[in-house]
Every structure is written in structure tokens, then in C-alpha cells.
Design a protein around this ligand. Structure first.
Ligand SMILES: [Zn+2]
Length: 580
């Protein structure tokens, strides 16, 4: 898309002179998007001005450039911005739509897997046919879950099932809708905001990467042996259905398709029906960054958790994760909490984590969340930023990542994938950007986040103290051809299990060392043979033995046990040392 930076007064002439494209037949009233669409760059520094802009119902993009935010709208939107007291310039003029909707079908069939729009993006039916195909090909790795119905389906007006796939090396109890299931769970979803096309495509590739990589890719194999990976590629299928009806000029539908409170919305980018599913959860519903006007893009809905898509997600998450957190904003989930949830959005190259409703509030697990944020930022590369939404973008209440952390204590993130400028920027990047730019960047981010599901808040174990080499140099006489004698080393303050290459340094005075049998005895009574008897007639033992003590706790009493099993020669344990 060509970028214009034209002052509003001058842009007015451009707008008036631009001939709107022929709209053609409209496939669906909800999909109407007449005339060209404009991106306005608006002066709105972090803080009050940003929240004002959101509060007035402008379609504020999930993008920031220094002190500027960006607003999507028709040709009148610039005037509205000026009247509201904002300084704005036209940043981009987007091509008017040319309607080439994909064929409508009453149900998904296998052939739909090839159904695409806008140069390769998959339709909802294609995504669902893909889930079915993957499940059929990899039955030992996959479980399909229908976790609810879209709003249109509940109305008997078309619509879709809400579908998830659980991917893991399946054992008993895996992928059950039970928070006590054995493996930790990584959950990722795409297109909760329907028009954010990149996120659905990333989900598709992630599913293929995992299922085709099991048994051949070591990191995928290790992940699926230890972890469940849940993917919801189309979290808002009704919304995506509207987007895809634009064909080669996708519709800028962000919200779901529930028109109950917005049936008279104009259909332009700044006046659309539906509820913003990322403002509708019951966590701080109705707070900053939400709108009460049904046609606004950040419309929070008539009540908290009013939407069937939101209800279904909240219910699914409660069936996947235990509640590990108290109710105060600063309450922390414990270090043994498992699970990571990522909601993929676009764009602006941001890693966001709770709290989103108010950046002056810090999560109880702020430090590990922030650390994961900076790790992900480093993996993503230059141009990425991480922080709470209000620190880097704007405060926004009722989002799913806040809900997941608020209700369950699970580590949760929003990723805003994609640059703010350049050929792969925007909601609708050229399809070749997916394989060439986004997937190589997001794949290692997903891998990192999935690996973290086992313990996102686990602190790195500090090097234990009290683990230095210990020595006992008290002599112990060894009776000739008699009972075994022992010398003890006690280890305390050295937590964890001993090494598989523990070192036992032994010095014994003796005139015929072949008579001697040496064992190391752990505090639980387990015995490790260091040396057997033989015909070696030499004097003394001065040897360091390596023992695999990895099944033993380091702390406890360790005994060197020595027995003389033949007559005539005598001696004593001189000194011995143990490094566990
Ligand atoms: Zn979004």
C-alpha cells in the first residue's frame, strides 16, 4: 500500500477527486464497505489523549508510532477527528473494494481446504477442512474439540462451530476437558479480531509444523511428548466470514457478527456491527479503552461476557487450567503454575501482557511475565517492543489475556504481529509475506512460549550452597579378613539429586589392596560398588571413582564401606572425599 502523509486540508482535495470504485452486488448486508478507506495518523501520546481517542469510538488500530496512533475510517473520519480536537493527517488511502466473494456453502467438505481469498488466505471452511485433514492423518497426535457455536449459528443463520485442535503424543488423560490432565498446556489462537489475517495463517502453519515434525524434528518431538498444544485458528469465524466476502479486497471487520445492538451501523470501517471480543470478557469489563456505542470497533457489548464466542472461550479455558491465583490485582500465581496462553493479533510488533486494563497496576507475576516478554522480543528481532498495553500502546479493559491471568493465573500474552510500515505492514499483507516474513519469525516465538508452558513462573534454580567437596580424614582401622568398616560424610544444604558423574576420591593404606572391597552407601541404604577384590598385590589405594548417584538426594549421610576379604594383610582408611 502506498503511504501518503498529506495534511488534512490538502487531503480533502485528494479525497474529493478520487473516484470511488464500483461496489457491485453486495453479498451480505453486514459486509457492506462502500468507498475507499483511509488510515489517519493522529497525535495521541501515551496516557489521557490515547484513552480519549479510544473512548470516542474511533477505530484505533493496534499500532503506535511515537506519539501517534492510527485511525481507520471513511472520508468523513478526518473531519470527525478534527471536530473532536485531534490533529490528524492522512497516512494511507486504501483501495476501494471489488467484490469477489467465495462461494457460500452450507457445510464444510474436504475440497474446501483449497478455498482461499486475497491471494492465498484461507477461508473459515478451509481452516476447518484443514483441521479435519490433519486429525485424519495424525490420529495419535490430535484431538478435535468443538467448544461452542458462533453467534450466527446460535441464531440459525448460518454460522460456524467453534473449533480447537489439541496436539500432543496422546496418552491416557491427554487433551481431556479437565484441568487436572497430566501435561502442561500451551494455548494459541488466531483471528479473534477477524481482519487480522496473519494470525490465522500462522495458526495453520503451526499446526502443520507440529504434526509433520513429530518424530523427525527433535524439538517438536520433545514438546509433544511433554506438553499439550491447543490451537484455535479461527476464534471469531463469523467475523472472518464477513472479511473473506471482500475477496481480493477483504472487509475490515474486526468484531463478531452479532447485530442485535448495531443493526443500523453503516458498514464502513468506522461503523460496523458486532461486539469487540477482545473487550467483552468479564475481567474489568467496561474499563478504559472500551466503547459503549454498538457501531464502534471497541464496543464492549451489552454486558460482561455477553457474547457466545467469549463465553465459549472462557468456559474452555476453565476446563483446561486450574485456578491458581487470588482475586487482588497484585496476587501472584505460585511458581509451580503451568500453562501459557497467546492471543495473536496484528499488527505493530508488540508483545503485551497483563494488566491491560490499567498499566499502573502490576501483575503479581510481573517479573516473570516481563522476562518472557523481553525474551520473546529478542527472539522476534529488531523493531519489536514488549510491555503492558498501557506502557506501549494504550490501556484496554476486558481483553482475553487479562481474563486468563485474572481468572486462572495462567501466563497470558497478546502478540501484535507485523510491522507498521513496509510491504508486509497492515491487516492485509501480501500473502507471500506469510511464508517469507511472518512464519520464520513467529515459529521460534511459538516454540519458546510452548516450551515455557511447563513452568512460566518457575525461577531459575540458584546454584546450591553446601555442595563443595567434603572430606573425612579420620583414620578407620580395617580388620584382617573381618567385618566391613565405614567412614561417614554428611552433606546438608545441598538440595537436589546427586550427579550422574559423582566423584569419590579414596586413599587407603594397605599392604595387599587386592584383599579389599569398596562400596559407597547412600543414606537410603543403596550401595554402589567402587572396587571388587582381586589378585592385585600392590600397596594402598589412591583412586578417584566415578559413580552415577543421580537417583540419590545429595543431602544425607554417605558412607565409604571397606571390607578385607582375605587374611594376612591389614591397613586403614586414611582419608576420602566426596563430590556429589
Ligand atoms: Zn487485534
Amino acid at each position: 500500500m502506498v503511504s501518503f502523509a498529506v495534511a488534512l486540508a490538502a487531503a480533502g482535495a485528494v479525497i474529493a477527486g478520487g473516484a470511488p470504485g464500483s461496489a457491485g452486488p453486495l453479498p451480505d448486508a453486514a459486509a457492506a464497505q462502500p468507498g475507499p478507506t483511509y488510515v489517519y495518523k493522529v497525535h495521541a501520546p501515551l496516557g489521557q489523549q490515547s484513552q480519549d481517542l479510544l473512548g470516542r469510538g474511533f477505530d484505533v488500530l493496534e499500532q503506535r508510532d511515537g506519539d501517534s496512533l492510527f485511525v481507520l475510517g471513511g472520508k468523513d473520519e478526518g473531519t470527525r477527528l478534527q471536530q473532536a480536537g485531534f490533529t490528524a493527517v492522512v497516512d494511507q488511502v486504501l483501495a476501494p473494494p471489488q467484490w469477489t466473494p467465495p462461494a457460500k456453502k452450507s457445510q464444510v467438505d474436504a475440497a474446501d481446504i483449497n478455498e482461499t481469498f486475497y491471494g492465498g488466505y484461507h477461508t473459515v471452511n478451509a481452516h476447518y477442512a484443514h483441521l479435519d485433514a490433519v486429525a485424519a492423518q495424525y490420529p495419535s497426535l490430535t484431538t478435535l474439540v468443538d467448544y461452542g457455536d458462533s453467534w450466527k449459528k446460535t441464531q440459525g443463520a448460518g454460522g460456524y462451530d467453534l473449533r480447537a485442535i489439541c496436539i500432543t503424543k496422546l496418552n491416557a488423560g491427554d487433551c481431556a476437558l479437565d484441568p487436572n490432565a497430566p501435561k502442561p498446556r500451551f494455548f494459541v489462537m488466531g483471528q479473534l479480531h477477524a481482519r487480522e489475517l496473519t494470525t490465522g495463517d500462522v495458526a495453520w502453519r503451526w499446526i502443520d509444523h507440529l504434526t509433520s515434525g513429530y518424530g523427525t524434528d527433535a524439538s517438536v518431538t520433545a514438546l509433544l511428548d511433554s506438553t499439550e498444544v491447543w490451537v484455535v485458528p479461527q476464534a471469531n469465524p463469523d467475523g472472518v466470514n464477513i472479511v473473506q466476502q471482500g475477496g481480493n479486497s477483504p472487509i475490515y471487520q474486526r468484531k463478531n457478527a452479532n447485530g442485535t445492538n448495531g443493526s443500523n451501523c453503516g458498514g464502513s470501517a468506522s461503523s460496523q456491527l458486532g461486539i469487540d471480543l477482545n473487550r467483552n470478557t468479564s475481567s474489568h469489563w467496561g474499563g478504559q479503552g472500551t466503547s459503549s456505542a454498538p457501531c464502534d470497533q471497541t464496543y464492549k457489548g451489552p454486558s460482561a461476557n455477553s457474547e457466545v464466542e467469549t463465553q465459549a472461550l472462557q468456559s474452555l479455558w476453565r476446563s483446561l487450567y486450574k485456578d491458581k491465583r487470588g482475586t487482588a490485582p497484585g496476587d501472584a500465581a505460585p511458581a509451580d503454575t503451568t500453562g501459557v496462553v497467546v492471543s495473536m493479533h496484528s499488527y505493530s510488533n508488540l508483545i503485551l501482557f497483563p494488566w491491560g486494563y490499567d498499566s499502573t497496576q502490576k501483575a503479581g507475576n510481573d517479573a516473570p511475565l516481563r522476562k518472557m516478554g523481553t525474551d520473546l522480543q529478542a527472539i522476534a528481532g529488531s523493531g519489536w517492543t514488549s510491555g503492558q498495553p498501557g506502557e506501549v500502546l494504550y490501556n484496554a479493559a476486558g481483553a482475553t489475556d487479562d481474563w486468563v491471568y485474572d481468572d486462572l493465573g495462567v501466563a497470558s500474552f497478546v502478540w501484535e504481529i507485523g510491522p507498521s510500515s513496509g510491504s508486509c505492514s497492515g491487516f492485509f499483507p501480501t500473502y507471500s509475506c506469510q511464508a517469507g516474513t511472518f512464519w520464520p519469525k513467529v515459529k521460534p516465538m511459538l516454540t519458546y512460549a510452548a516450551d515455557k508452558a511447563a513452568g512460566p513462573y518457575a525461577t531459575t534454580t540458584p546454584p546450591p550452597t553446601g555442595c563443595d567437596t567434603r572430606t573425612n580424614d579420620t583414620d578407620v582401622a580395617i580388620p584382617d579378613n573381618g567385618a566391613a568398616v565405614t567412614s561417614t560424610i554428611t552433606i546438608a544444604d545441598c538440595t537436589g539429586n546427586a550427579s550422574a558423574t559423582s566423584q569419590v576420591e579414596v586413599h587407603v593404606k594397605h599392604t595387599y589392596r587386592g584383599d579389599l572391597v569398596l562400596d559407597l552407601v547412600a543414606s537410603d541404604g543403596s550401595s554402589y560398588r567402587l572396587k571388587s577384590s582381586n589378585n592385585d598385590s600392590g600397596d594402598n589405594i589412591d583412586t578417584t571413582y566415578t559413580a552415577n548417584l543421580s537417583s540419590e538426594l545429595r543431602n544425607g549421610d554417605w558412607k565409604l564401606k571397606v571390607q578385607d576379604v582375605a587374611s594376612q594383610d591389614v591397613g586403614n582408611i586414611d582419608t576420602w572425599s566426596l563430590t556429589v
